[in-house]
Every structure is written in C-alpha cells, then in structure tokens.
Design a protein around this ligand. Structure first.
Ligand SMILES: NC(=O)c1ccc[n+]([C@@H]2O[C@H](COP(=O)([O-])OP(=O)(O)OC[C@H]3O[C@@H](n4cnc5c(N)ncnc54)[C@H](O)[C@@H]3O)[C@@H](O)[C@H]2O)c1
Ligand SMILES: N[C@@H](CCC=O)C(=O)O
Length: 579
C-alpha cells in the first residue's frame, strides 16, 4: 500500500477532538432555496401597557369590548382546505359572565371534513417543508407584530369575554404571551437548527438535517390561555410540520382570530388546519390515521391518559408509519410552603395572586398552602383581609373587577359540589368564601378551608377554581411537612413555591422537593412563568415535562437525519494493522 493511500485512510478517520468554529448563533443556513446567512431579532418579551383608567390603551380596549358586545353572538369558523367550510351543525358557547347570552357559536366538523383537513394538510407538507426557514420564521414574526398592533385589542377583548378574564389577565395571555410564543419559537427553532456536530476530522463533514416528522402533528389546546393554542401550533409548524389544530370548545372565538392573523401574516392555508367540533370524534379520526405522527397536547391529565392509551393501542396495532411523539402539559395541585422565617406579607400577596387570579383556572394556580404554627395567625389574618378587598364582576361591565366568572357550567357545577361537600365536612374549617352565585354568570367567591389533615382530598384533587386548602404544621415538624408536601398533591408535580429567608430551609426544601414540582419557585408565587425566562412544565401526572417556553418541545417534532460526507475516495479495504 502506498504512503499516500495510508495517509488518505488515516485522514478519513477521527484524528482527535477538533472544534469547528460555529459563528456565534447567527448563521443559520436554511436547508433549501436560500443560502444567505441571517440573524433573527434578539429574543425579547412583549412589554405590557398598564391599562390604567384614562390611558390610551385602556380607551382602545374599551372600544374593542363595546364593539364585540354589540356583535354577540359572534361566529367562529371551521377552516381547512384553504377556505371557510360550511357546517350543518354548530354549538353555542355561552358568555361565562352571563350564561343567558350566547358568546359564539362554532361549527362542528364531520368525520369526512376532518379527514379532508388531514389529507389537505398532507398535500401541503412538501411545499411547506421546502419553504426556507427564514420564510417560515418571517410569517410568525409578522403574526406577532399584527397581534401586538392591529389585533391587540380585538384578541384581548375576545379572550376577556370568552374566557372570563380581566384586563390584565387578557393582556398577559392573548397579546403578550402569544406574541412571545410566535417570536421566541423562531429563536428556539434557530437554536435547534444550529445544533450541528462540532467535532470533525479532516477529509469529511458531518451535519444534521432536521427533518419535520413524516406525517402530521395533532394539536389539542385547552380553554384557559389563548396563547397556548398559538404555541401548540407554532412550534411544530416553524419546524416545517403540518398541523391539525383542534381548539378548545371554550376558546374557539379567540382561537379563530389567532388563526386568521396567521393567514394574514402569510401562512399558507393548508399548513395548519383549524377544525372545531366534537373532541372525541375529531380525535378518533386523527388518531386512526396512518400519518398521525405527533400529539401536542395541553389539558387535563385524565384526557391525556386516555389519548396516551389510545395511541399506545395504535402503536401496538401498527396503525402508524412512525412511532408518534407526544408532548403533553397537564394538570397540577400546586403548593405554597411557608417557613417561619418567611416575609409574611409578601407570601400573603403572592398566595392571593397565585390562588385567585383568573379564578384559580391556571394549571399553575396555588391550591395547597402550608403554614407554620408560629406565623399562621398573622398569615391568615392578612389573607382574610386581602380576600375581603377582592372584587368580582363581569370582565367588560366591571373593568375594575379582580376576579370574573369560571368558564362554564360543567366547571361551575364541579366547584360548587366540592364547596357544598367541604362546607359540611367536620374536618374542614371555612376561613373565607364558601359561596357562589350562578344567577347571571358562573361566579365563585374566593374560598379558603383550613384542614385538620394534610392528607385531605382538598390537597389531592385538581379543582381548577378559586379554592385554597390550608394546613398548619408545628414549626418543629418542618422535615415532616416537606414529606407531606411531596406525597400529597394527587400525584401531580407541576409548580410549587417555598417562602423563607433562612437559606438552610430553602436548600432543604429545594432538595427534598426535587421531584414535587417541575417549576419550583423561591419567594414567589406558583403562577406567571414568563416565556423564554421560566420554561414551563411538570412531571409525574402533570405531563411529559418537555418545558414549554424553550426549544425542548420543538425538538420532539423533528426527526434528525445525520449526513456524513467524505471528500476522498477509498483506496483499498485493509487496515494498517493488517500489514
Ligand atoms: N400544564 C400546562 O401547561 C397546562 C396549561 C393549561 C391548562 N392545563 C390543564 O388543562 C386543564 C384545563 O383545561 P381544559 O378544561 O380545556 O382541559 P380538558 O382536558 O377538558 O380539555 C383540553 C382539550 O382536550 C379536548 N378534549 C377533551 N376531552 C377529550 C377527549 N376525550 N378526546 C380528545 N380531546 C379531548 C378538549 O376539547 C380541549 O381541546 C386543567 O387540568 C389544567 O391544569 C395545563
Ligand atoms: N404558564 C402559566 C400557566 C399555564 C397554565 O394554565 C403560568 O405559569 O402561570
């Protein structure tokens, strides 16, 4: 064998670590059609106007609310195959604040329509995945701009009336968080596309082609955040996937606006199919399809369990071409654990917000509170005083109200039955609320029970309403209360917070509660993770913990292909050691 042949052979094998220089996060080459490097706008969070009385933003929002009121009931859409679709049946969503008024009616897709939507999405797949990343990203960046300008007040108003949110809750959800998701998903996608092998050898180049999944992604969104539907579709779509989106029946109208904004921003109509109607029927059709490739779900754990089981059966029966991916963020039973050294008034304020903002209808809402005996009276006195200041009212007729209605009759009935049973339970002491009023809308007063036992059902069932369970522990029992916090919570592990000044106590809580919450907060409430700063998700029964608000879930919706290319021909097949 000639010397030159040996040298070439060696050069085709790894010669040790060698870092290729990757331009610091800037130069993303789209897979096709464009070779221009580009830089995405820096990741940022949308600023929130304050909406104080008399401010220009408040005036614009009031105008949008008045206009929306005058149009009720508004029509939600069924949109697939590039156009609005007719439907022979539709369902009414009452206004949560006034159940006698219909907020919207939304069409119900037939099985045939759902199938057509899937087929049309699959037809659009090739051209969407061939669309350069720069163009896909640009559509979502433009949609964020439209949402925060032209459509800001319209979509906030829709979220306020349809979901029963006050101004602040509407703003942080439907304008800010939604725009953050559209913008930051572009940055996260870029982060993934840039992840390329950094070790190389002379004579060859290895690279990764981040392929979208081969089939379609099925996105199912919950009622409580307009932004979450936007995130469930945006992540997979920016990575080049086509998506069948089934919005929540209790968030159809705001989701319709969101969808139309994407079309206006230039999204080809068949990339995301907007299919409304019966959850089980649409899901049956989607999960029976050979091209079902991934589920992006946010909702309750029980629904996810049934979907997981159903997909498992499909996998066992070889229904699908590929093993479907799932990303699912589900329920919580979230705790505030207060140490004797805590700043009590701060912990009280955080607890009021965590438990009662948006009527406790955040997956992250605080619903378990653990107080040390030495500070319990001080804490509870302040808590009760704070609750007395809480105002409740219609999102648009009483703009100053802190709380509004819960979402629908099903939710109201569930909370009401828990309150009725708790009011009669001798092992519970009612500290605040315990009342509700459905004469006009689905209103539940902020409610607090003190429980004899930390094992009571109130510490273990997700209520999804403004009901807080309190347990008082002896100061000396800090270690055993940590155990109780971990072991209760209904098997969920979404969010939790410790309030303390003592660093040793904080360290102990952080260590002992390592698996009790996917988002663990120190001296701040369990709600309000800020996209891009606090990625979000829980394990155990709270979901797959893929951390919404980061690049992680996007990685689930790509199927990387490793490409290795050699630059020299192979001359001979024997090894040097053969000679
Ligand atoms: N962890 C998170 O990030 C997060 C965020 C928001 C909400 N949530 C959870 O979501 C729940 C509240 O939202 P919700 O009331 O809309 O939840 P839900 O589970 O009732 O519904 C969620 C979605 O699933 C659909 N669905 C319901 N039954 C179905 C079935 N049998 N088959 C297929 N789809 C079905 C609904 O139509 C909706 O689109 C709470 O449990 C809350 O904790 C979690
Ligand atoms: N990410 C939100 C909760 C979303 C669930 O409802 C929060 O952190 O409060």
């Amino acid at each position: 064998m000639s010397t030159s042949t040996l040298m070439r052979m060696r050069s085709a094998r790894p010669t040790g670590p060698r870092l290729r220089s990757v331009p610091a996060g800037l130069s993303i080459q789209a897979r096709s059609k464009t070779t221009m490097p580009f830089r995405l706008p820096d990741a940022r969070n949308e600023p929130n106007p304050l909406y104080t009385k008399g401010s220009p933003e408040r005036a614009k929002l009031e105008e949008a609310l008045t206009k929306l009121r005058s149009q009720l009931p508004v029509r939600s859409e069924l949109f697939f195959d590039g156009k609005l679709q007719a439907s022979s049946t539709s369902i009414d969503q009452p206004l949560p604040a006034e159940h006698a008024t219909t907020f919207t009616n939304y069409p119900q897709a037939t099985e045939e329509q759902t199938l057509t939507a899937i087929e049309k999405a699959l037809e659009a797949k090739q051209s969407w995945q061939d669309t350069p990343f720069v163009d896909r990203a640009s559509i979502f960046l433009k949609a964020a701009e439209l949402l925060t300008t032209k459509y800001r007040y319209e979509i906030i108003a829709a979220t306020m009336l349809g979901q029963g949110k006050n101004i602040w809750q509407g703003e942080i959800d439907a304008a800010a968080e939604l725009a953050d998701f559209f913008r930051l998903n572009c940055n996260w996608a870029a982060e993934i596309l840039e992840k390329q092998p950094t070790r190389g050898s002379d004579g060859m180049w290895s690279r990764i082609d981040y392929r979208p999944l081969e089939g379609f992604v099925y996105a199912i969104s919950p009622f409580n955040f307009t932004a979450l539907g936007g995130n469930l579709i945006a992540g997979p779509a920016i990575m080049g996937n086509v998506v069948l989106w089934k919005p929540s029946p209790s968030n159809v109208y705001a989701s319709t606006i969101l969808y139309k904004v994407l079309l206006e921003a230039g999204l080809p109509p068949n990339v995301i199919q907007f299919v409304t109607g019966d959850a089980q029927a649409i899901t049956d059709t989607a999960l029976s399809h050979r091209d079902f490739a991934g589920l992006n779900f946010i909702g309750s754990s029980d629904v996810f369990r049934s979907l997981y089981g159903r997909i498992g059966q499909g996998v066992a029966a070889k229904t699908y071409r590929e093993f479907p991916r799932f990303v699912a963020e589900t329920s919580g039973k979230n705790f505030h654990l207060v140490h004797p050294t805590a700043d009590i008034s701060s912990a009280v304020n955080h607890t009021i917000r965590g438990s009662f903002e948006y009527q406790g209808q955040k997956c992250s809402a605080t619903s378990r509170l653990y107080l040390p005996e030495s500070k319990a009276e001080e804490f509870l006195t302040q808590l009760k005083a704070g609750i007395k200041e809480i105002t409740i009212g219609s999102p648009d007729k009483d703009l100053g109200a802190y709380m509004g209605p819960v979402i629908h009759r099903g939710s109201f009935e569930k909370i009401k039955s828990i309150i009725d049973a708790s009011n009669k339970d001798p092992s519970l002491k009612l500290l605040a609320g315990g009342t509700y009023d459905e004469s006009v809308g689905y209103y539940v007063n902020p409610t607090v029970y003190l429980a004899d036992s930390p094992d009571h059902a109130l510490f273990n069932e997700e209520i999804f309403g403004p009901v807080l369970a309190v347990h008082i522990y002896k100061d000396a029992d800090w270690s055993s209360v940590l155990k109780s916090v971990d072991q209760n919570g209904g098997g969920f592990a979404l969010t939790g917070a410790v309030f303390a000044k003592d660093r040793v106590a904080i360290r102990e809580a952080e260590d002992k509660l390592r698996y009790s919450a996917g988002n663990f907060y120190i001296n701040c409430k369990t709600t309000a993770a800020l996209i891009g700063q606090q990625s979000f998700g829980g394990a155990r029964a709270s979901g797959t913990n893929d951390k919404a608000g980061s690049s992680d879930p996007l990685r689930r919706f790509v199927s990387p292909r490793l490409i290795k290319e050699e630059f020299f021909g192979q001359e001979g097949f024997t090894y040097p050691s053969n000679h």
